[in-house]
Design a protein around this ligand. Structure first.
Ligand code: MIC
Ligand code: SF4
Length: 651
């Protein structure tokens, strides 16, 4: 039987497990990436495994998130990351070299390979034909130590592309359209595979924009074929030798097929506060805009920045708009500087921002109160920008340029017609400027490297085995679509990533600032904390701190209507039981502050998927269930994956 691309890559990397959709399968990981905000914890855990040198083909440690360096913390982290990388065989991409996903695509990614990254937008690599998956830092540490990655064998959704994008319609509009169709919920355990004759009309950076924001669908990853477009991109990066052809067999089967005619798409926008709150920009045009920001791992490629400069060439942005541009990598910045795109953008009123995540993670550029901010990144969760009541609108570079010129939400096709702007059909260059001097190679003699641990570098989290009975309190009840930004805020708090005790003070800060203190008090009294949530709990980032810090506060179980993939894996890795309501209506019968009990939880988890819980305050029993595999049960019982690995002596 013909195989699709996903099946081919899984077959080539198969280690163990069942290759039936929905079952657990383990795959070998060829490459890993980390970034600085998740990296310190990942390497502390890697060190705890006692493996001297990484066992992957390539592992890269990027510094791109925490580059503001307010205080000593981030600089401490960077020194630790640099030295630990040198010692253990890891490439180190210095601050200034660019956003991990952009740089990895340019300089390291290779079709047909598997990539595991401690960042949810690792699927960007799918643009070049990699099976690139985001995971928690501990899973990445295990992969670096030579362990496989355990995943749910996916259902594969084919997105069949036909036609060609019209001028002023961009790759971003393709993924926004798909978000409108599939939404951010209900896609756990699926992989999106692109196919159809429309694929060859899209360049690698455009494909990467689409796979990048596929993360917002909640799928495991997204992947494009590797074809002559991929080959030309790799050649232009001086890496043609990494190319292999990758295509689905003509008779390949899919679990679902979605057709998108590129010719029919229009400029789209994701409105506040969710990436799937999608509309056509022309339907909401005219709203006054205060800020326009172009950048992030979604839309800051050479093509993006050059397109932006060509649209704005000789034109001044609206006086009511603050306009920032952050090129995605040093390569993009260097080329844009050489070709005068940067001068053009400065001339149009742009503030050139650091080549880093910056505004996307709320590190700087918070909009004004109640402001409207138009951005080219991938997430617009409430408060993530640093201003709780601001509204973030996610768009393509073309639409962002139109909004900056008009000072209001605007359709780029109309603005172009009004101002006489010709569509700049920017092509991927035949040759990129290649300069890897900001990537440091691992030390040849690791024994000469001393790992630097400043005061910000803490310890890997402690494991506490699951108790016989969970007996505690619902110390927080939240609603649907709780993101990891709600659970563990980034922005101004990002600098505490290497210090669990301190960072834990901010768990659920924007939802209920008193939670952390309340939970710690419960823990001190021997009362277990239980969090109750609604649908799609744990959307968004891969940050394992959204599990580590609650675990530090004594959270032992989270009961919800549904979980998102990476977060649920992180909860298991740190010994918190992810439980589902057997009957969703029980969610309404539980209130914050209720005393709850799950008797003999260790035994019950081992015995079957259904568990009896009791609301002691209200005096009723309710059923919860788990979907843990045998391996995950052992991890939970041990109190987390580090403890389990030690106990078992293997991964
Ligand atoms: C994000 O976009 O939310 C982040 C910041 O890149 C996170 C990682 C983190 O929290 O460090 C992600 O996407 O995984
Ligand atoms: Fe950085 Fe934003 Fe991309 Fe996350 S989504 S890696 S914060 S640019």
């Amino acid at each position: 039987m013909g195989r699709n691309i996903v099946q081919k890559i899984i077959d080539a990397h198969y280690v163990s497990g069942d290759k039936k959709p929905g079952k657990e399968v383990a795959v070998r990981i060829d490459q890993t990436l980390t970034q600085d905000a998740t990296g310190t914890m990942a390497y502390l855990q890697f060190e705890a495994m006692g493996v001297p040198r990484v066992k992957t083909e390539i592992s890269v440690s990027y510094v791109d998130h925490n580059t503001l360096q307010e205080g000593f913390e981030n600089a401490d982290d960077h020194l630790y990351l640099q030295t630990v990388a040198a010692k253990h065989g890891i490439f180190y991409s210095r601050a200034g070299n660019g956003i991990c996903h952009q740089v990895h695509l340019e300089r390291f990614g290779a079709p047909g390979k598997t990539l595991l990254g401690s960042d949810s937008h690792t699927p960007t690599g799918g643009g070049i034909g990699m099976m690139a998956i985001g995971a928690g830092g501990l899973d990445v540490a295990v992969a670096m130590a030579g362990g496989p990655f355990y995943m749910t064998c996916p259902k594969v959704i084919k997105v069949n592309l036909t036609g060609q994008l019209q001028p002023w319609v961009a790759a971003k509009d393709v993924i926004l359209k798909l978000l409108e169709i599939l939404t951010t919920k209900g896609n756990v355990g699926c992989i999106v595979e692109y196919g159809g004759e429309g694929v060859m009309t899209l360049s690698v950076p455009e494909r990467a924009t689409i796979t990048n924001m596929g993360a917002e669908l909640g799928v495991t990853t997204s992947i494009f074929p590797s074809d002559k477009v991929t080959k030309a991109f790799l050649k232009a990066q001086g890496r043609e030798d990494k190319w292999v052809k990758l295509a689905a067999d003509p008779s390949a089967k899919y679990d679902r097929v979605i057709d998108i005619d590129l010719s029919e798409l229009e400029p789209m926008v994701a409105q506040p506060h969710s990436p799937d709150n999608v509309a056509r920009i022309r339907d909401i045009k005219g709203k006054k805009v205060h800020q326009v920001l172009v950048g992030s791992c979604t839309n800051a490629s050479y093509k993006d920045i050059t397109t932006l400069a060509k649209i704005l060439d000789g034109r001044l942005i609206s006086p009511n708009v603050s306009f920032g541009v952050a090129p995605g990598s040093r390569q993009v910045l260097q080329m844009a500087a050489k070709e005068s795109s940067i001068a053009t953008l400065v001339g149009s009123g742009a503030r050139i921002l650091e080549t880093a995540c910056g505004f996307c993670i709320g590190a700087g550029q918070a909009p004004p109160s109640g402001g409207v901010s138009v951005r080219t990144n991938n997430r617009n969760f409430e408060g993530r920008s640093g201003t709780k009541d601001a509204g973030i609108f996610l768009v393509s570079v073309e639409t962002a340029a139109a909004c900056a010129l008009k000072g209001e939400l605007a359709d780029p096709r109309e603005v172009a017609a009004e101002m006489g702007i010709e569509y700049p059909a920017v092509k991927v260059p035949k040759k990129f400027l290649v300069d890897d001097s900001m990537v440091l190679l691992p030390a040849e003699d690791p024994s000469g490297v001393e790992v630097r641990r400043g005061p910000n570098i803490g310890k890997p989290p402690e494991s506490v085995p699951l108790p016989e009975t969970i007996k505690g309190e619902v110390s927080l009840k939240v609603g649907d679509k709780i993101t990891t930004d709600h659970i563990m805020p980034a922005g101004a708090r990002l600098k505490y990533r290497s210090n669990i005790g301190k960072y834990a003070e901010y768990v659920f800060e924007g939802v209920d600032a008193a939670f952390s203190k309340r939970a710690l008090e419960n823990k001190a009294r021997g009362v277990h904390n239980v969090v109750v949530g609604g649908l799609s709990y744990g959307q968004g980032s891969s940050r394992e701190h959204a599990a580590i810090c609650p675990s530090h506060l004594g959270v032992r179980a989270v009961i919800t209507k549904s979980f998102e993939r990476i977060h649920s894996a992180n909860l298991i890795n740190f010994g918190i039981v992810p439980l589902l309501f057997a009957d969703d209506s029980d969610y309404d019968r539980i209130a914050q502050g209720d005393q709850v009990e799950i008797p003999n939880v260790r035994e019950a988890i081992r015995k079957g998927s259904s568990l009896k819980a009791r609301n002691v305050t209200k005096g009723f029993d309710f059923e919860v269930r788990h979907t843990l595999t045998g391996r995950q049960i052992d991890i939970i019982l041990a109190g987390g994956r580090l403890a389990y690995t030690k106990e078992k002596g293997s991964f």
